[in-house]
Ligand binder design. Structure first.
Ligand SMILES: [Fe+2]
Length: 142
């Protein structure tokens, strides 16, 4: 029996998470670039660089969620309220992440990075996928 190469535990970006909306897909990919860099900096204990990256992550979360929410409203996508609630919970998680940086807790930071990776992948493939068709229609994407 051959072993499959597919790793179900992976929490890295791959193109199966593309929604077919380039603006949103590029923003989603950018999260994983930021999280990869954060993980590396955390391993190396490069605290000052980490701090600016955490700020970047926080700002990017706000920017990205606003982009999605504006498009959802414009496209009259389904279940907008629930979607916005999920975004709000994640925004709070990123704030907690910022606090664990101040507490200088490397292990907690690693756990938070892993949580954010999983959360984003589940959110993208589940909740975000639900709005993809309505947004594609609005933007005229085939
Ligand atoms: Fe979303």
């Amino acid at each position: 029996m051959t072993k499959t190469k597919y790793n179900t535990e992976t929490t890295n970006w791959n193109d199966s998470y593309l929604l077919g909306i380039p603006m949103i897909d590029n923003q989603h990919k950018k999260f994983f670039v930021i999280l990869d860099n954060l993980e590396t900096l955390n391993q190396k204990q490069e605290k000052s660089e980490m701090h600016s990256l955490i700020n970047e992550l926080q700002n990017y979360v706000i920017y990205h969620f606003q982009t999605e929410e504006d498009l959802m409203v414009k496209s009259q996508s389904p279940n907008i309220d629930l979607h916005v609630m999920e975004h709000e919970l994640f925004r709070k998680k990123v704030e907690e992440f910022h606090h664990s940086y101040y507490n200088n807790n490397e292990e907690l930071l690693n756990e938070m990075i892993s949580f954010m990776r999983k959360w984003l992948l589940i959110h993208i493939s589940g909740t975000d996928a639900e709005y993809a068709d309505s947004i594609k229609n609005t933007l005229g994407i085939e």
